[in-house]
Structures are given as C-alpha cells and as structure tokens.
Design a protein around this ligand. Sequence first.
Ligand code: CP
Length: 316
Amino acid sequence: MYSLAGKDFLSLKDIDRSDMELVFEIANKMDQVLKARTRVDILKDKILGLMFFQVSTRTRISFESAMQRLGGGVVGFVDPKTTRAGDYYAESLHDTVKMMESYADVLVIRHPEEFSPKHASEFTDVPIINAGDGYNEHPTQAMLDVYTILRERGHLDNLCVGLVGNMNLRAIHSLALGLARFQAKVYFVSPPDAAMPDIWVEEYKRMGLNYETATSLNDVIQDVDVIYPVATSHPDYHVGHTADKGERIATPKEFIVDREKIDRAKPSLIVLHSLPRTDELPVDVDPHNSARYFIQAHYGVANRMALLSLILGKAP
Ligand code: CP
C-alpha cells in the first residue's frame, strides 16, 4: 500500500521527498491520459466531495476534471451561500463535514480560516485534502509547482528559485516547504512590509532550507533558474474573495516580472505563476519562451489525478 493511501493531505510539512517523488511518478502516467484527452476507470467506484468556502477557478475545476478523468463522480458546493453553512443556520464545519463524509470518499476543502481542513480531519475518517486555508498553506498548488519545475527543467536539486512579491501568501509558504526537500536555493524577494513571516522563517530554518532575502528582483535576476511571482497586494484571504472589492494597489516595479528583467536573466530561466495574476506579470511575457504558467495548470490536473488515486489507494 502506498504511504498516502487513506491519509489526509493537509500540509507539505507532512510530506517527505519520497512521497513527492511518488506523486510525480504517478503524475507522469496520468499525463498520458490527459494528453490522449481520454478517461480511465480506476476511480469509477469513488466520489469526490468539494467543500469550497472560498472562490476558485484552477484548484476546484482541476480537481473536478482530475476526478472525472479517473472515472469518478463529484459532489459538493462551490459557494457556502448555497448551503446551510451560509444561511440563517450557519451550520458548523463539524456538522457539514459529518454530512459530506456520507456523500463522498475524499473531501477537498478550501476555507478562509487557517487550519480549517485540519480541524475538519479531526471530525472524520474520510481523507481531507487542503485546497488552501487562509494565509497558511496551499499544498496541492505547491505539488504542481514543484512538478512543473521538474518537468520543465528536468531536475529539482541545486536549482535557484526566486519567490517574488508578498511572502505571506499560502502558495508561497507551501512551495518553499516543497523546495526544501530538494536542496533548492530560494530567494524571498519582497518589500519589507511583505516579508516572510517569522514563524515561517523558523520552519524553513528547521527544515534546512537554503534561503536568502532580497528587496528587489534586480538584485537576483541573474542568479535565478526559476521565477515565481505573486502580487505584493492581494485580496483578504480571511473572507471570500468576492467579498473583498478593496482598492487594488499597483505592484512596485522592482517586483514586476517583465520582459526587460527576463532578458537580463539566464536564457534557461522559466517563469511560473499560480494565477490569477494582476500587474506583477504583464501579458506580453506570455509569448516569451520562459513562460510556463499555462502548462503549469495542465500539470496541475495530472498532479491532482495522481494525488486522488494515491489517497484512494488505486494508483496505477
Ligand atoms: N492557483 C489557484 O489556487 O487558483 P484558484 O484560486 O483559481 O484555485
């Protein structure tokens, strides 16, 4: 039995290098299914339950697509307002999970509050996958990010990765955890008021991550093999994103990944992005041969197929 079978997938702190390599090996097989634009039936007797308390395009739809490519069914909600959790009753996470465990074999939860998927896992034996919790983690995003680097660079060890923008975003926290497993050198490139929080710095030190901080992409552009920008400002992750219509603040130019900076980088540089983007990644980078963020979304489906099949004990 694989080590992930029947387990929750809550944090990359819990996932070691061999787990990650196993997911990537299965993802390579799943990519063949995707490239053939077909379906297999290895999860035909399984149902995925979606519990999205925050909006999503990529994470939710790629999980749905992954389950359907594997022959399984999908139930759930994409907006808590359509459920009793979001009306007069404000049904608790506990009661909602206790309902969903009868309806599905694995639950994918996105929630504005940190550690909600972990709390949910304490109420049920059905495996819980964290699809992003507040400002904490987004572990399946990091898995697909690391897999994209592997596929597009051919290896993971000894690469230099620039994480650029606001270091308090969940995808960044998980990605640095994943890179720590592969001896990557990581630059945290951010304005001082968006620096990596101390609690995460301590975690990365504990893991032995080789990291440095910088306050301008210009300082590291010639060293990096991979750039991963995020916005310096962002919606409030403690509310549903649609509820936050706050003013969008322009990204300072030293954190914008534009063609002028890319042209000063190594020719082998690749640019990733979890998307959605704002102004930190201008659209005229899209045709540049460094751009990998759309293939990254494709790899996300293969990765989530691999995760679902491993967690449900049916991996090929
Ligand atoms: N990358 C990502 O998590 O995108 P969504 O918010 O659209 O799921």
